[in-house]
Design a binder for this molecule. Structure first.
Ligand SMILES: *[C@@H]1O[C@H](CO)[C@@H](O)[C@H](O)[C@H]1NC(C)=O
Ligand SMILES: *[C@@H]1O[C@H](CO)[C@@H](O)[C@H](O)[C@H]1NC(C)=O
Ligand SMILES: *[C@@H]1O[C@H](CO)[C@@H](O)[C@H](O)[C@H]1NC(C)=O
Length: 169
Protein backbone atom coordinates (compact mmCIF):
# COMPACT_ATOMS: atom_id res chain seq x y z
CA UNK A 1 0.00 0.00 0.00
CA UNK A 2 1.26 3.41 -0.94
CA UNK A 3 1.75 5.37 2.23
CA UNK A 4 2.62 8.96 2.92
CA UNK A 5 3.54 10.17 6.33
CA UNK A 6 3.40 13.72 7.61
CA UNK A 7 4.78 13.58 11.07
CA UNK A 8 5.38 15.69 14.13
CA UNK A 9 8.07 13.40 15.45
CA UNK A 10 6.00 10.26 15.74
CA UNK A 11 6.28 7.19 13.56
CA UNK A 12 3.05 5.80 12.20
CA UNK A 13 2.61 2.28 10.98
CA UNK A 14 1.57 1.82 7.37
CA UNK A 15 -0.62 -0.94 6.01
CA UNK A 16 -3.49 0.13 8.23
CA UNK A 17 -6.23 -2.02 6.62
CA UNK A 18 -4.46 -5.14 7.83
CA UNK A 19 -4.84 -4.15 11.48
CA UNK A 20 -7.16 -6.31 13.44
CA UNK A 21 -10.30 -4.58 14.64
CA UNK A 22 -12.28 -6.43 17.29
CA UNK A 23 -15.92 -6.53 16.25
CA UNK A 24 -17.85 -6.96 19.46
CA UNK A 25 -19.63 -4.13 21.19
CA UNK A 26 -17.95 -4.72 24.55
CA UNK A 27 -14.61 -4.09 22.97
CA UNK A 28 -15.22 -0.40 22.47
CA UNK A 29 -16.29 1.81 25.32
CA UNK A 30 -17.21 4.87 23.36
CA UNK A 31 -17.93 7.18 26.33
CA UNK A 32 -14.31 6.77 27.43
CA UNK A 33 -13.17 8.52 24.27
CA UNK A 34 -14.96 11.76 25.14
CA UNK A 35 -12.73 14.77 25.42
CA UNK A 36 -9.82 16.61 23.93
CA UNK A 37 -7.38 14.84 21.63
CA UNK A 38 -4.40 16.14 19.71
CA UNK A 39 -3.45 15.01 16.21
CA UNK A 40 0.19 14.01 16.38
CA UNK A 41 0.71 12.40 12.98
CA UNK A 42 -1.23 11.58 9.85
CA UNK A 43 -0.89 9.28 6.90
CA UNK A 44 -2.81 8.71 3.70
CA UNK A 45 -2.90 6.28 0.81
CA UNK A 46 -4.05 9.03 -1.59
CA UNK A 47 -1.86 12.12 -1.55
CA UNK A 48 -4.52 14.29 -3.18
CA UNK A 49 -6.52 14.15 0.05
CA UNK A 50 -3.81 15.91 2.04
CA UNK A 51 -1.29 17.50 -0.28
CA UNK A 52 -2.36 21.12 -0.06
CA UNK A 53 -3.79 23.32 2.69
CA UNK A 54 -7.16 23.12 0.97
CA UNK A 55 -7.06 19.36 0.44
CA UNK A 56 -10.27 17.75 1.72
CA UNK A 57 -8.78 15.65 4.50
CA UNK A 58 -6.06 18.03 5.67
CA UNK A 59 -7.79 18.19 9.03
CA UNK A 60 -6.75 18.34 12.65
CA UNK A 61 -9.04 16.46 15.03
CA UNK A 62 -9.42 18.29 18.34
CA UNK A 63 -12.09 16.43 20.27
CA UNK A 64 -14.52 13.55 20.26
CA UNK A 65 -18.03 13.77 21.66
CA UNK A 66 -19.80 10.41 21.89
CA UNK A 67 -23.58 10.82 22.09
CA UNK A 68 -25.89 8.79 24.37
CA UNK A 69 -27.17 7.00 21.22
CA UNK A 70 -23.66 5.66 20.45
CA UNK A 71 -23.09 8.10 17.64
CA UNK A 72 -19.82 10.02 17.59
CA UNK A 73 -19.35 13.72 16.99
CA UNK A 74 -15.91 14.56 15.69
CA UNK A 75 -14.65 18.12 16.12
CA UNK A 76 -11.89 19.13 13.76
CA UNK A 77 -10.05 22.17 12.48
CA UNK A 78 -9.22 22.92 8.87
CA UNK A 79 -8.17 25.80 6.65
CA UNK A 80 -10.94 27.60 4.84
CA UNK A 81 -10.57 30.95 3.10
CA UNK A 82 -7.22 31.61 4.78
CA UNK A 83 -8.43 31.02 8.29
CA UNK A 84 -8.51 28.09 10.64
CA UNK A 85 -12.13 27.10 11.21
CA UNK A 86 -13.77 24.54 13.46
CA UNK A 87 -16.10 21.90 12.00
CA UNK A 88 -18.31 19.36 13.67
CA UNK A 89 -18.82 16.09 11.84
CA UNK A 90 -21.54 13.70 12.99
CA UNK A 91 -20.62 10.03 12.84
CA UNK A 92 -23.72 7.83 12.74
CA UNK A 93 -23.31 4.45 14.35
CA UNK A 94 -23.29 1.34 12.14
CA UNK A 95 -23.49 -2.37 12.86
CA UNK A 96 -19.75 -2.33 13.41
CA UNK A 97 -19.15 -0.46 16.69
CA UNK A 98 -15.85 0.90 15.37
CA UNK A 99 -17.25 2.33 12.14
CA UNK A 100 -19.35 5.47 11.77
CA UNK A 101 -21.10 6.85 8.71
CA UNK A 102 -20.06 10.41 8.02
CA UNK A 103 -20.71 13.00 5.33
CA UNK A 104 -17.67 15.22 5.29
CA UNK A 105 -16.17 16.42 2.00
CA UNK A 106 -14.93 13.22 0.33
CA UNK A 107 -15.11 10.96 3.39
CA UNK A 108 -18.11 8.74 4.07
CA UNK A 109 -16.78 6.58 6.88
CA UNK A 110 -14.83 7.06 10.10
CA UNK A 111 -13.12 4.08 11.75
CA UNK A 112 -11.67 3.80 15.23
CA UNK A 113 -8.74 1.45 14.77
CA UNK A 114 -7.18 1.17 18.17
CA UNK A 115 -7.05 2.97 21.49
CA UNK A 116 -6.08 2.52 25.12
CA UNK A 117 -8.55 5.32 26.06
CA UNK A 118 -6.03 7.13 28.29
CA UNK A 119 -3.18 7.89 25.94
CA UNK A 120 -3.57 7.18 22.25
CA UNK A 121 -6.13 6.67 19.51
CA UNK A 122 -5.78 5.70 15.87
CA UNK A 123 -8.64 7.00 13.76
CA UNK A 124 -9.21 6.90 9.98
CA UNK A 125 -11.50 8.83 7.66
CA UNK A 126 -12.26 6.96 4.45
CA UNK A 127 -13.82 7.42 1.07
CA UNK A 128 -15.10 3.95 0.33
CA UNK A 129 -16.40 4.95 -3.11
CA UNK A 130 -12.98 5.36 -4.76
CA UNK A 131 -11.10 2.45 -6.39
CA UNK A 132 -8.43 2.32 -3.68
CA UNK A 133 -10.77 3.26 -0.81
CA UNK A 134 -8.92 6.49 -0.13
CA UNK A 135 -8.16 6.99 3.53
CA UNK A 136 -6.48 9.38 5.91
CA UNK A 137 -5.45 8.07 9.31
CA UNK A 138 -4.36 9.97 12.38
CA UNK A 139 -2.48 9.11 15.50
CA UNK A 140 -4.00 11.13 18.33
CA UNK A 141 -2.82 11.71 21.84
CA UNK A 142 -5.09 12.51 24.74
CA UNK A 143 -4.95 15.86 26.42
CA UNK A 144 -3.73 14.16 29.58
CA UNK A 145 -0.89 12.48 27.80
CA UNK A 146 0.15 15.71 26.16
CA UNK A 147 0.03 17.57 29.46
CA UNK A 148 2.46 15.25 31.12
CA UNK A 149 4.77 14.44 28.24
CA UNK A 150 7.33 17.23 28.62
CA UNK A 151 9.31 18.63 31.54
CA UNK A 152 10.63 22.15 31.67
CA UNK A 153 14.03 23.12 33.11
CA UNK A 154 12.65 23.20 36.67
CA UNK A 155 11.43 19.61 36.28
CA UNK A 156 7.72 20.39 36.13
CA UNK A 157 5.60 18.38 33.69
CA UNK A 158 3.65 20.28 31.10
CA UNK A 159 2.51 20.36 27.51
CA UNK A 160 5.17 19.91 24.87
CA UNK A 161 5.77 22.82 22.52
CA UNK A 162 3.69 22.31 19.41
CA UNK A 163 0.70 23.48 17.45
CA UNK A 164 -2.04 21.79 19.43
CA UNK A 165 -5.52 23.04 18.69
CA UNK A 166 -4.66 24.77 15.44
CA UNK A 167 -4.79 23.68 11.81
CA UNK A 168 -2.23 21.51 10.05
CA UNK A 169 0.00 23.69 7.93
C1 LIG B 1 -15.24 30.81 1.92
O1 LIG B 1 -15.43 31.51 0.70
C2 LIG B 1 -16.44 30.94 -0.13
C3 LIG B 1 -16.44 31.69 -1.46
O2 LIG B 1 -15.98 33.00 -1.30
C4 LIG B 1 -17.79 31.04 0.59
O3 LIG B 1 -18.80 30.45 -0.19
C5 LIG B 1 -17.69 30.29 1.92
O4 LIG B 1 -18.88 30.42 2.66
C6 LIG B 1 -16.52 30.83 2.76
N1 LIG B 1 -16.36 29.99 3.94
C7 LIG B 1 -16.16 30.49 5.16
C8 LIG B 1 -16.03 29.51 6.27
O5 LIG B 1 -16.10 31.70 5.38
C1 LIG C 1 -24.00 14.98 2.40
O1 LIG C 1 -24.04 16.41 2.47
C2 LIG C 1 -24.33 17.02 1.23
C3 LIG C 1 -24.19 18.52 1.41
O2 LIG C 1 -24.62 18.94 2.67
C4 LIG C 1 -25.75 16.60 0.78
O3 LIG C 1 -26.04 17.19 -0.46
C5 LIG C 1 -25.78 15.08 0.66
O4 LIG C 1 -27.08 14.65 0.35
C6 LIG C 1 -25.34 14.42 1.96
N1 LIG C 1 -25.24 12.97 1.76
C7 LIG C 1 -25.63 12.08 2.65
C8 LIG C 1 -25.42 10.66 2.30
O5 LIG C 1 -26.16 12.41 3.71
C1 LIG D 1 -7.92 10.08 -4.51
O1 LIG D 1 -8.81 11.03 -3.92
C2 LIG D 1 -9.45 11.86 -4.87
C3 LIG D 1 -10.25 12.90 -4.09
O2 LIG D 1 -11.28 12.29 -3.37
C4 LIG D 1 -10.32 11.01 -5.78
O3 LIG D 1 -10.96 11.84 -6.76
C5 LIG D 1 -9.48 9.95 -6.48
O4 LIG D 1 -10.31 9.08 -7.20
C6 LIG D 1 -8.70 9.15 -5.44
N1 LIG D 1 -7.79 8.25 -6.13
C7 LIG D 1 -7.95 6.93 -6.17
C8 LIG D 1 -6.94 6.16 -6.93
O5 LIG D 1 -8.87 6.37 -5.58
Amino acid sequence: MLCLLLTLGVALVCGVPAMDIPQTKQDLELPKLAGTWHSMAMATNNISLMATLKAPLRVHITSLLPTPEDNLEIVLHRWENNSCVEKKVLGEKTENPKKFKINYTVANEATLLDTDYDNFLFLCLQDTTTPIQSMMCQYLESWWRTMRSCRDSSGLSGPCPGTYGTCWT
